[in-house]
Design a binder for this molecule. Structure first.
Ligand code: ZN
Length: 206
């Protein structure tokens, strides 16, 4: 939704309702990342007409403050950043205790090995394939190797952890992302800047 037209938000919500699988909500605090996006009033309005699950990606420090509020709004997936949580295991447990899926997001410089002792507890991993904070950036290529390493770690541990990838995803790298072990792609500007957004969603899924 970061790439949505905020003057006509309902239109983009309806596009997701009809053609995509999930609403990805990029929440930024201007501290953890150098930008501010949108907050609860916007999420609440999206939630009121959303027919697909809501996935909140919290690019904020001290995310525990807002987890119950997200739950009350009907959010089903919440990811928090490895780099922003002092007690990541506790935060993931907090998310899961409310019946939501808890994910660990990692920045481009954070190695797959950082997940060694949290992967067993997370429902999903969100691999940032650009530096978080802005839409429309170019895909960082070595994300593919990292995704493959995370997939390998999950298989070694006998886990079904989902891998979600966020940033610079387009029709070209989607094929490689799938091959590396990606389960879910977050796509913004590739869809909104397309002359035919609905076809682009269909092509990405294919
Ligand atoms: Zn995101």
């Amino acid at each position: 939704m970061l790439a949505a037209d905020f003057l006509h938000l309902e239109k983009d919500v309806e596009t997701v309702n009809s053609y995509a699988d999930i609403f990805h909500l990029d929440v930024m605090d201007g501290v953890f990342v150098p930008n501010i996006s949108f907050g609860f009033p916007v999420i609440k309005n999206i939630a009121s007409i959303a027919k697909k699950p809501l996935d909140a990606h919290l690019m904020i420090i001290d995310p525990d403050r807002y987890i119950s509020k997200l739950h009350d709004m009907g959010v089903e997936y919440v990811s928090v950043h490895y780099e922003a949580c002092n007690h990541l295991h506790r935060t993931i447990q907090n998310i899961q205790s409310m019946g939501m899926k808890g994910g660990v997001a990692i920045n481009p410089h954070t190695p797959a090995s950082s997940l060694e002792y949290i992967l067993d507890y997370a429902d999903f991993v969100l691999v940032m394939s650009v530096n978080p904070g802005f839409g429309g950036q170019s895909f960082i290529e070595n994300s593919l190797r990292k995704i493959a390493e995370i997939k390998e770690m999950a298989i070694r541990k006998g886990l079904n952890t989902l891998i979600e990838v966020d940033g610079g995803v387009n029709l070209k790298n989607a094929v490689d992302l799938k091959a590396a072990g990606t389960d879910s792609i977050v796509v913004g500007s590739t869809i909104t800047s397309s002359p035919n957004p609905l076809q682009t969603i269909a092509d990405l899924k294919a």
